[in-house]
Write a protein that binds this ligand. Structure first.
Ligand code: HEM
Length: 484
C-alpha cells in the first residue's frame, strides 16, 4: 500500500529532477558559448544527465575507456565523470600546457574525502606561495644528495625483506608495500625512530589507507569512518614525536626540515601543517613505488634473456666496486645503465599514475577549444606512454628504446611541472637496490601467469603477483661469478 502510493510521487520527483538537470546543462552550455563566442567545447559525449559516463568508466578497464574515446574523438575530448564535466588530454603538448606553461590556470583538485584523510595543508592541494615553500622543503629532503646518506639503510632494509621472503609463497605487491613504507618512514623520520612507534604508525597508516580508497561513508563501522579515526591516531603519534624531537638532538630528515623551516618573516610551520605534509608524503610514497617494484619483478621474470643481462651488469659492478658485501655504493648505482633503462621501460609500460586531475580556474582557450571554468582537466599519462607515435610497438617491453632520450613531454611517469614528483630519485634508488639484491642472490617463480591488471587504485598484476623467492645456492652463486 505504502509503495503503491509512493511510486507516482517518486516518478514525479524523478522527472522534475531530470528536467531540471537537462535544463541546467543546456543553460550552462549556452552561457559558455555566449561567454566565449567562436570557441567550441572539445568533441566527446557527456553520457547521462548527472551520472555522465561514470558507470561506463567503472565497468570497463579505465585504459580501454580512455583509449576507445581517444580513437573516436582524437587527443582532446570531453566526458562527464563522478559528477563533473571533464576534458581529457592525451597529447604531450596539451599536458605541458596544463601542468607547466599555464599551470596557474589549473589548480589541483581532490575529493574532499581524500583531503580529510591526508590533511588539508598537504602540498598536493595547494598552489602559489605556500605550495612552493613546502615543495622546496620536501624536494630538498628527497634530493640525490640527501638520499646518498640513506643508501646503507635502504640496502639493509631490502636485504632484510628478501631474507624474510625466502622459501615462502607471498603476494609480491604486499611485500613491496612493506618495503616502500619502511623506506618512506626512514626518509621522513630518519634512523632513530623506535620500533614501537614504527609499529603504531604502520598499524594506523594501514587502516587509514584502506579507507582512503573506499566509499566515503562516515557511518560508524565503515572503512572510511575507521580511516578517519586512524588518521586522528596518526596525528596524535606524530604530535608526540614532534614534541620529543623539539627537546632533543635532531638528525636531518624530512620531519626535522619541516620543523626547523622559517619563512622570510620568521614564520614557522604549524604542527598541523607538518603532520598533514608528513602523512601526505607517506601516502604518495608507498603504493606507487610498491606497484613499480612489483611490475619490475614481473617483467624481469618474463624476459629471461634480459634478466641474465641484468645479472651480468650487477655482478660486474659488484666485482669492480668497493661496496662492502655487495652493498651498492652511490657511484656503483650510477654505472647501472641497463638497470636504469629497465626501470624507465617498466614505468612506461605500467604507467603507475595513469592520469592526474586539475580544475580550470578560469575559462581557458586551448587550440580553438574552450575549457570552461570549473571543469576538471585530466592529462592522460598512460595514453601518451602507450602511443605508437612516440613509442613504437607500445605494448612490447623493450628497454632498448630508452637508449635514446624520449621526445620532450612524452615520458611522464613522475608528472611534470610545478607538482611533478619530488620523490622520484628515492623511488628509483629503491628499485635499483631491490633489483641488485634480487638478481645477485635470488631466483623467483611467479605463480600466476595472467596478464590481467587490477587497480587498487594503482595498476598491479592480478592478485598482487603471487610468487616464491629462493636464495641462490652457493653452486648457483659460483655460476653467477663465472658469468661475471
Ligand atoms: C614509482 C613511484 C612514484 C611514482 C610513479 C610517482 C608519481 C607521481 C606523480 C605522477 C606525481 C604528480 C601528480 C600530479 O601532478 O598531480 C607525484 C607527486 C608527488 N609525489 Fe610521487 N611518485 C612516486 C613515488 C614517490 C615517493 C617515493 C615520494 C616521497 C617519498 C613521492 C612524493 C610525492 C609528492 C609529495 C607529490 C606531490 C608534489 C606536489 O604536489 O608538488 N612520490 N608523484
Amino acid at each position: 500500500m505504502w509503495i503503491i502510493c509512493e511510486l507516482p510521487v517518486c516518478w514525479l520527483f524523478f522527472s522534475v529532477s531530470l528536467s531540471l538537470v537537462v535544463f541546467s546543462v543546456v543553460v550552462l552550455i549556452t552561457t559558455w558559448q555566449k561567454r566565449s563566442p567562436g570557441l567550441s567545447l572539445p568533441p566527446g559525449s557527456m553520457g547521462w544527465p548527472w551520472i555522465g559516463e561514470t558507470h561506463k568508466f567503472y565497468s570497463e578497464d579505465p585504459n580501454v575507456f580512455f583509449a576507445t574515446k581517444q580513437q573516436r574523438y582524437g587527443e582532446i575530448f570531453k566526458t562527464h565523470l563522478l559528477g563533473y564535466p571533464c576534458v581529457m588530454l592525451a597529447n604531450p603538448e596539451a599536458a605541458r600546457f596544463v601542468l607547466s606553461t599555464q599551470a596557474q590556470l589549473f589548480k589541483p583538485t581532490y575529493p574532499k574525502s581524500k583531503e580529510t584523510i591526508i590533511g588539508p595543508s598537504a602540498l598536493f592541494f595547494h598552489q602559489g606561495d605556500y605550495h612552493s615553500r613546502l615543495r622546496k622543503l620536501v624536494q630538498g629532503s628527497l634530493s640525490p644528495e640527501a638520499i646518498r646518506f640513506l643508501l646503507p639503510d635502504i640496502n639493509s632494509r631490502v636485504i632484510s625483506l628478501l631474507t624474510s621472503l625466502e622459501g615462502r609463497t607471498v603476494t609480491t605487491f604486499h611485500e613491496m608495500k612493506n618495503l616502500s613504507f619502511d623506506v618512506g618512514i626512514l626518509a621522513v623520520f630518519g634512523r632513530d625512530l623506535d620500533d614501537q612507534c614504527k609499529e603504531e604508525l604502520t598499524k594506523y597508516y594501514c587502516i587509514a589507507e584502506k579507507g582512503y580508497n573506499s566509499f566515503p561513508n562516515r557511518f560508524p563501522g565503515t572503512l572510511y569512518s575507521k580511516a578517519v579515526a586512524a588518521r586522528k591516531k596518526l596525528e596524535e603519534i606524530m604530535r608526540q614525536l614532534i614534541q620529543e624531537r623539539r627537546q632533543g638532538r635532531m638528525e636531518k630528515n624530512l620531519l626535522s626540515v619541516l620543523m626547523s623551516s622559517q619563512y622570510n618573516n620568521g614564520v614557522t610551520l604549524s604542527d598541523d601543517q607538518i603532520v598533514d605534509n608528513v602523512i601526505g608524503v607517506l601516502f604518495a610514497a608507498r603504493d606507487t613505488t610498491a606497484s613499480a617494484m612489483t611490475w619490475i619483478i614481473k617483467y624481469l621474470y618474463a624476459n629471461k634473456k634480459l634478466l641474465e643481462s641484468i645479472k651480468e651488469e650487477h655482478a660486474s659492478v659488484c666485482r669492480l666496486g668497493e661496496g662492502s658485501d655487495c652493498w651498492l655504493s652511490w657511484e656503483q648505482t650510477r654505472k647501472l645503465k641497463l638497470t636504469h633503462r629497465v626501470i624507465m621501460e617498466s614505468l612506461r609500460m605500467a604507467s603507475i599514475i595513469s592520469f592526474t586531475f586539475r580544475e580550470a580556474v578560469a575559462d581557458v582557450e586551448y587550440k580553438g577549444y574552450l575549457i570552461p571554468k570549473g571543469w576538471k582537466v585530466l592529462p592522460l599519462f598512460r595514453n601518451i606512454h602507450h602511443s605508437a607515435e612516440f613509442f613504437p610497438e607500445p605494448k612490447k617491453f623493450n628497454e632498448s628504446r630508452f637508449r635514446e632520450s624520449p621526445s620532450p613531454g612524452t615520458f611522464l611517469p613522475f608528472g611534470s611541472g610545478v607538482h611533478a614528483c619530488p620523490g622520484n630519485e628515492l623511488a628509483k634508488m629503491e628499485m635499483i637496490i631491490l633489483m641488485h639484491h634480487l638478481v645477485t642472490k635470488y631466483r623467483w617463480e611467479i605463480l600466476e601467469s595472467s596478464s590481467d591488471i587490477e587497480y587498487g587504485p594503482f595498476p598491479i598484476p592480478k592478485g598482487g603477483l603471487p610468487a616464491q623467492f629462493f636464495r641462490q645456492s652457493s653452486k648457483e652463486d659460483e655460476q653467477l661469478k663465472e658469468i661475471a
